[in-house]
Design a protein around this ligand. Structure first.
Ligand code: SF4
Ligand code: SF4
Length: 55
């Protein structure tokens, strides 16, 4: 599963919109990955604040 740095996340929702499997929710203005995530990596490059990384 991807890692999202909540300190860098602005809550813009881009990762949620781009995710093909609904793997991200926005909770209290921060993106949180969930078990739906298949580690496709699509959202990593989409994040404008580089908050998302892959292990
Ligand atoms: S794209 Fe980046 S900044 Fe925007 S909600 Fe997702 S993790 Fe946060
Ligand atoms: S890595 Fe792929 S499946 Fe996982 S949250 Fe990002 S876009 Fe969705």
């Amino acid at each position: 599963m991807i890692k999202i740095d909540s300190k860098l996340c602005s809550g813009c929702g881009t990762c949620k919109e781009i995710c093909p499997v609904d793997g991200v929710r926005i909770i209290d203005g921060k993106a949180v990955a969930n078990e739906q995530c298949i580690d496709c990596g699509t959202c990593v490059a989409s994040c404008p604040t580089q908050a998302i990384s892959q292990a």
